[in-house]
Write a protein of this length. Structure first.
Length: 508
C-alpha cells in the first residue's frame, strides 16, 4: 500500500503485461476481506505509480482473490468500471500491437514478449504468489486468427435513440411486414437495445468520411462533400480530410435510395422508390435491414420497402454451415451443369420452407429433372392431340364431360391456393401444389381420359380446348419456378398473337 509498505493486495490476472495501464484495483463493496483497503492507494509494482482501490458491485468475490486489476484502456468490462469511477484511461498497447507509455525496458515490445518480461521481473522481485492454468475466451481475427487487442481510439458514432424508433414504428404499425413473422420480434428487440452505432473504420476500402480537420486547431472540423476551397474553421489553412471510411453497413443502408440517384429526384426514384420486397438472410436483419429502414425514414421520409422475406439458410446435408474455406459449400453452377437450371431452381424452391435452415438435398433437384421430362413429354403429347385445332382461345372452355369439369375445377382451385402461397412468399407450397396437380391430376388422369374422348367426334374438339387450356395455365404457373422449359414450350404453342410467357396474364 502507498501508506504502508507492509500491506499488500494479491490480484489474479491473465494479462500481466497490461498492468502498466492499470488505473485501479477493484473489489466488491460487500467483501469484508478488503473493506479496510477501499479508498486507499496502492503502489503498482514495477512502476511504483499509485492507483486507488475502489469498490464496485460487478466484482465477483469468488473469482481469484476477489481483487482485480482495472485496465480501462484495454478491457471492455474494465472500461465500464472506469466510466463509473472516473478512472484515467492509460493505453499501453498501440495500433501496431506493441507496448507504449511503459517503463523503458518494455517500450516497443510485442504484447507476448512484454508478458514474459513482466512475469520474469515480478518473479525476480518475489511478487508472484502462484501461477495456474485458466481457460477463458480471447477475441481472434476471423481471417488470420491473430489475437485482437482492445485499444482506445477516436471514432464516429451515430446516436441510435431516435433512429431506432424510426425503424421500430413502421413494423409495429404494419407498414413493413416480415415473412416469417417471427423475425419481427428479433428486429424490434435488437433495435430496442441498440447501442450508438460506430460508423468509422480504419481500413482502405469504403466511402471516405467527408470530414475536414483544421490544420491550426486540429480538434475542430467541418463537413464538406467536395474538397473545400478554404478552411471553414480558421479560413486560413489547408484542411486535412479524415482518413477514416464508413462502416460498410453505413453505405449499404443507403442502398435503396442511393442507387436511384438520391438526393436528386430522378426518373428512377420517382418510378421505383419506395421499393416493395426485400429478400435477405436472417444474419443481417440488424446489420442491414434495420439500418436501411431508419436511414430511409430519416433521409427520404418513407419506408424503403414494405415486405421483408427472411429466407432459410441453405446448410449441408448434416446441418453444417456451407463455407468455401471449409470446403462444405456446393457450387450451384455444378448443380446447373448436372441437372439444368430449371431443375436446380425447382429443387431449391421445393425446400424453401419457413424453417431457419434448409438442409440441402440433391434429391429434390433430381426430382426437378424428372419433372422437366414429364412436362416436356406431356406437352409434346398434348401438341400431337390438339394438332389441327382452330385458334385456341385463352378463355376457360366449357366442360363437355364429367372429366372436363373435374380438371377445370381442380385447376381453378390450385390456382387460388397458389396465389395465396405466393402472396405470403411460400414458394415451397406453391411449387408442390402445381407439381402434384400437373403430374397426378392432369397427366395421370385427364390426359388418359382425353385419349378416349378424342375418339368421339362430337366432343373431340372441346377436349382439345380443355387440354390446351390446362397445359397453358400450368406453364404460366410453373414459369417463375422453371423459366426456361416453360418459355420453350410456350413458343411452340399453337396460339396466335403471342410474345413471351413472362408477359402473359396470370391464370387467376
Ligand atoms: Zn487478422
Ligand atoms: Zn483551418
Amino acid at each position: 500500500m502507498a501508506d504502508d509498505d507492509a500491506d499488500f493486495i494479491v490480484v489474479a490476472t491473465t494479462r500481466p503485461e497490461t498492468m502498466f495501464g492499470d488505473t485501479a484495483v477493484a473489489v466488491n463493496s460487500k467483501d469484508n476481506r478488503y473493506s479496510e483497503f477501499v479508498g486507499r492507494k496502492i503502489k503498482l509494482p514495477l512502476t511504483d505509480r499509485e492507483i486507488p482501490i475502489i469498490a464496485d458491485s460487478v466484482i465477483d468475490v469468488e473469482f481469484g482473490t476477489g481483487a482485480v486489476k482495472v485496465t480501462p484502456a484495454h478491457d471492455m468490462e474494465d472500461y465500464l468500471i472506469g466510466q463509473r469511477h472516473q478512472l484515467e484511461m492509460l493505453a499501453v498497447i498501440n495500433g501496431k500491437g506493441r507496448m507504449e507509455n511503459v517503463p523503458i525496458g518494455y517500450q516497443g515490445l510485442k504484447v507476448a514478449e512484454a508478458r514474459e518480461r513482466v512475469l520474469a521481473d515480478l518473479q525476480s522481485r518475489n511478487l508472484i504468489v502462484k501461477k495456474e492454468d485458466y481457460t477463458h475466451k480471447i477475441p481472434k481475427c476471423y481471417r488470420c486468427s491473430a489475437t485482437i487487442e482492445l485499444i482506445p481510439s477516436l471514432q464516429w458514432f451515430v446516436k441510435m435513440n431516435d433512429l431506432a424508433k424510426k425503424a421500430i414504428d413502421p413494423v409495429i404499425e404494419g407498414k413493413i411486414k416480415f415473412y416469417p413473422k417471427r423475425w419481427e420480434k428479433a428486429y424490434i428487440d435488437w433495435l430496442g437495445q441498440a447501442r450508438d452505432w460506430c460508423i468509422s473504420r480504419q481500413i482502405w476500402w469504403g466511402h471516405r468520411l467527408p470530414v475536414w480537420f483544421c490544420e491550426k486547431e486540429s480538434d475542430k472540423y467541418f463537413i464538406s462533400i467536395k474538397k473545400p476551397a478554404k478552411c471553414e474553421i480558421c479560413n486560413n489553412c489547408e484542411p486535412r480530410q479524415s482518413e477514416d471510411v464508413f462502416d460498410t453497413w453505413f453505405s449499404s443502408a443507403l442502398w435503396p435510395f442511393a442507387v436511384m440517384g438520391w438526393p436528386k429526384q430522378t426518373k428512377d426514384s420517382m418510378s421505383f422508390y419506395p421499393t416493395n420486397i426485400l429478400s435477405t438472410a436472417r444474419d443481417i436483419i440488424n446489420l442491414w435491414v434495420a439500418r436501411m429502414v431508419f436511414s430511409a425514414v430519416e433521409l427520404t421520409g418513407c419506408v424503403p420497402f414494405t415486405d421483408v422475406i427472411i429466407h432459410a439458410t441453405v446448410t449441408t446435408k448434416d446441418g453444417k454451415r456451407m463455407s468455401k474455406s471449409l470446403g462444405t459449400g456446393i457450387d450451384p453452377i455444378e448443380m446447373v451443369k448436372k441437372y439444368g437450371a430449371d431443375s436446380t431452381r425447382f429443387g431449391l424452391s421445393w425446400q424453401a420452407s419457413e424453417s431457419q435452415d434448409m438442409r440441402f438435398g440433391e434429391g429434390d433437384i433430381m426430382a426437378g429433372k424428372k419433372f422437366c421430362n414429364k412436362i416436356w413429354n406431356a406437352s409434346r403429347f398434348v401438341f400431337q392431340m390438339i394438332e389441327g385445332a382452330e385458334v385456341i382461345s385463352k378463355d376457360e372452355p366449357k366442360p363437355a364431360t364429367m372429366e372436363d369439369q373435374l380438371i377445370l375445377s381442380a385447376f381453378r382451385k390450385v390456382s387460388v391456393n397458389i396465389n395465396e402461397s405466393l402472396c405470403c412468399f411460400r414458394f415451397d407450397q406453391a411449387i408442390q401444389e402445381i407439381y402434384h396437380f400437373f403430374w397426378h391430376q392432369f397427366c395421370d388422369i385427364y390426359i388418359e381420359k382425353a385419349k378416349s374422348q378424342m375418339k368421339e367426334p362430337e366432343i373431340s374438339k372441346n377436349t382439345k380446348l380443355v387440354l390446351a387450356y390446362i397445359l397453358l395455365g400450368s406453364l404460366k404457373i410453373l414459369h417463375p419456378f422453371m423459366p426456361f422449359i416453360t418459355e420453350e414450350i410456350y413458343q411452340m404453342f399453337p396460339i396466335r398473337s403471342k410474345e413471351a410467357i413472362i408477359i402473359e396474364d396470370w391464370p387467376i
